[in-house]
Design a protein around this ligand. Structure first.
Ligand code: 5GP
Length: 178
């Protein structure tokens, strides 16, 4: 895909690598929750592509919901101040919840989210993130399923945006500085 926005990209994770890892994570979740129903919650907007691919590899009874979060801060630096832009449509009390995120960077967003969801009394609460940047951790959050650990670079594509563009790219790329 060619556009002036993709000319400055280095591919970090190509489609095949991501597809393979989604399959592995789905199989792992299937094994871990054998005989149970799982309730998958996608964090909008970034997780929509990953969630769609992941759930198709989960061979269990799966229900799905979304919530919207937006964190204040500059393009590359999270402030940790998180706003819920849309809430869940289904109560999670008594359910096995798996939160699906695109990326855990400082961990501040996930910490906020887990604290919020925990008050709603799910039976269990697990986290599945496609990407994790360990170098940037400010708070430790439990991550049960991690797709890839990546270096401390700003990445886009496969749901992740660059000022709302480029979420549709089928791969994950690093933006090279001009
Ligand atoms: P946190 O620092 O709270 O763990 O991450 C906050 C949010 O910042 C993530 O959910 C994600 O939306 C955004 N973010 C963090 N690192 C990146 C990145 O490399 N690329 C993009 N597009 N967003 C990021």
């Amino acid at each position: 895909m060619k556009s002036h926005r993709t000319e400055k990209l280095d591919v970090l994770l190509d489609e095949e690598k991501i597809r393979q890892r989604c399959r592995e994570l789905g199989e792992q979740i299937t094994r871990d929750f054998e005989g149970e129903e799982v309730h998958v919650i996608g964090v909008l907007k970034g997780a929509f592509v990953f969630l769609a691919d992941l759930v198709r590899h989960i061979e269990l009874d799966v229900s799905i919901d979304f919530l919207g979060l937006s964190s204040y801060g500059s393009r590359t630096e999270s402030s940790g101040v998180v706003r819920m832009t849309s809430d869940l449509s289904i109560p999670i009390k008594g359910r096995h919840v798996i939160v699906v995120e695109d990326i855990v960077d400082t961990g501040l967003t996930m910490k906020y989210l887990l604290e919020n969801l925990q008050t709603r009394m799910p039976q269990s609460l697990a986290v599945c993130t496609l990407l994790h940047k360990p170098a940037n951790t400010k708070v430790d959050v439990p991550m049960n399923y991690v797709g890839f650990e990546i270096p401390d670079e700003f990445v886009i594509g496969y749901g992740l945006d660059d000022a709302e563009f480029s979420r549709h790219l089928p791969y994950i790329g690093i933006v090279r500085d001009a």
